[in-house]
Each structure stands twice: as structure tokens, then as C-alpha cells.
Ligand binder design. Structure first.
Ligand SMILES: [Zn+2]
Length: 261
């Protein structure tokens, strides 16, 4: 599913919308707050940012949150910043659109049919929000050991499942959580209350160093534990041990029992 890294890529691509005015909006009422399209018409887009896995359009009438769910994706001015989600079918049908937003200027070189912003979501597990407060933990790209210590305080669950909790760390999904634990050398099943200060430092450092590399490479599917590796785990790229696939709190964890303790 799209994780914080994908949301970051889309948020960066959508910066070109800043300063434009919303000309018209269509949204799928099943996933949008009532009256959203009417409210946004004529609004000025003042900014685009990312909070956790959510891309936000900041306007002079309020802030729209694009929650991408399991299969959501975004196009800006008819271009797909991420061509094909490797965890989705690759198909793109108009009936899967949940938001189409046209702007002035259009930014689409005279083709007024193409929305300036489009959110397509085949499984309709994503949604749109308006001025919704988000209660999120510290961000995945700037996580410090101190912030992680506070976020994990009093928690006893497996570290992997806590890293997926958006109120603990914002933006991590299944692929990035496995990747971070892989580079930090921490087993996904380790109890959070048994981590040392050094363990937390290694997790925070892996977030700050490995995740930006994956971001530049194209997103959450571009780590050492790529979808290909996950499909048939072979040997650990660090030490050659047999990788293991386990179920941790209902999610598949791929990890190395040799260097992840
Ligand atoms: Zn290993």
C-alpha cells in the first residue's frame, strides 16, 4: 500500500498547484465529507504538504486530506509521479476516480479535460477529509531516538506492530517498517519495553538515513527487502543467512534471524 514515502513523492509533485485557484471539483460522495466540492470551488491553493501517509491541500477555505488507503494514487496535471504502484494491478479506470479537481490556470497545456489533480483508488479504502485534526506520532523521515522513546513509553507490544501504529510513528507502512528493522538489526517480534536506548537510536537512525535513500530511489518498494525479495525470501544481503517470513500482529514480516535480534 502507499506509505509515507509515496505520499511524500505525490506531495512534492503537487507543489506545482500552489498559487492556482480551484475552478471546479468532482468527488465521489461515498468517500468525501458532505459538500466538499462546493466548498472548494473558487478556493486558492496556498500549499501542499504531507502528514504521515496523508497528502494535504491547504487552501484559503480549509485543508483537504487525501487519505490514500490501500490502493490510492495521485496524478498531477495528467502526469503520474509514480507510474505504477507495484502492489496494485496497474489498471486505471475512470470509475475508480475519487477526486477530480480542475484549476485556473489549468496547467495542462490547453487540454481542459485533464484534471490538475486526480485521486484514483480501485478498492475505495481511501477517503477525503476536510479540516480534520490528525493525531499522529513523530514523522518517519525525521524521527529522533528521544521522540521514539516518548512514543514507545509504556508500550509492551512487538516493535513491528507499534511502528505500524500511526500514533507512534507517522508514515511507516509494512515495507518501510521491515526495512528499518532490517537495517537497525532489531527482530520485528522484540517487545518495545525490552529495547535499549541504543536499539532506539539504531531504529531512529535507520529511519533518517535509509528511508530518504528509498525515497530518492522511488519509494517504499525500493529497499533491500523489495517486493521481489518478499515474494520469495532468499539469503540476507548483509550476512547470507536464510531470511524468514513471519506473521507479526496479522502482517507479514520479512527479516533475518541472524543479524536482527
Ligand atoms: Zn542478516
Amino acid at each position: 500500500m502507499p506509505e509515507g514515502l509515496e505520499a511524500e513523492i505525490w506531495s512534492r509533485a503537487a507543489q506545482r498547484l500552489v498559487g492556482r485557484r480551484v475552478e471546479s471539483v468532482w468527488c465521489d460522495d461515498r468517500v468525501a465529507p458532505e459538500g466538499l466540492a462546493e466548498m472548494l470551488c473558487g478556493a486558492r491553493l496556498d500549499g501542499v504538504d504531507r502528514v504521515g501517509k496523508v497528502v494535504r491541500l491547504i487552501s484559503d477555505v480549509g485543508t483537504v486530506g487525501l487519505h490514500l488507503g490501500m490502493t490510492g494514487r495521485i496524478e498531477v496535471d495528467g502526469l503520474a509521479p509514480i507510474e505504477r504502484l507495484e502492489y496494485a494491478s496497474g489498471a486505471d479506470r475512470p470509475e475508480w476516480d475519487r477526486l477530480r479537481l480542475w484549476t485556473l490556470p489549468s496547467g495542462t497545456h490547453g487540454n481542459d479535460q485533464v484534471p490538475a489533480l486526480r485521486m484514483n483508488d480501485p478498492r475505495r479504502l481511501g477517503r477525503l477529509s476536510f479540516d480534520e485534526p490528525l493525531e499522529l506520532g513523530p514523522d518517519l523521515l525525521t524521527l529522533s531516538a528521544e521522540a521514539l522513546e516518548v512514543a514507545l513509553s509504556g508500550r509492551t507490544a512487538a516493535i513491528k506492530s507499534l511502528l505500524l501504529d500511526q500514533s507512534v510513528v507517522a508514515g511507516l507502512g509494512n515495507l518501510c517498517a521491515d526495512e528499518v528493522l532490517f537495517w537497525a538489526g532489531i527482530a520485528p517480534t522484540r517487545r518495545a519495553d525490552q529495547l535499549t536506548a541504543e536499539d532506539r537510536e539504531r531504529i531512529a537512525r535507520a529511519c533518517r538515513t535509509r528511508l530518504p535513500e528509498m525515497l530518492e530511489a522511488g519509494g517504499s518498494t525500493h529497499g533491500a527487502l523489495s517486493p521481489d525479495v518478499r515474494a520469495s525470501p532468499g539469503r540476507c544481503p548483509r550476512d547470507g543467512a536464510e531470511l524468514r517470513r513471519s506473521n507479526v500482529s496479522g502482517r507479514t514480516a520479512v527479516w533475518c534471524p541472524s543479524h536482527q535480534r
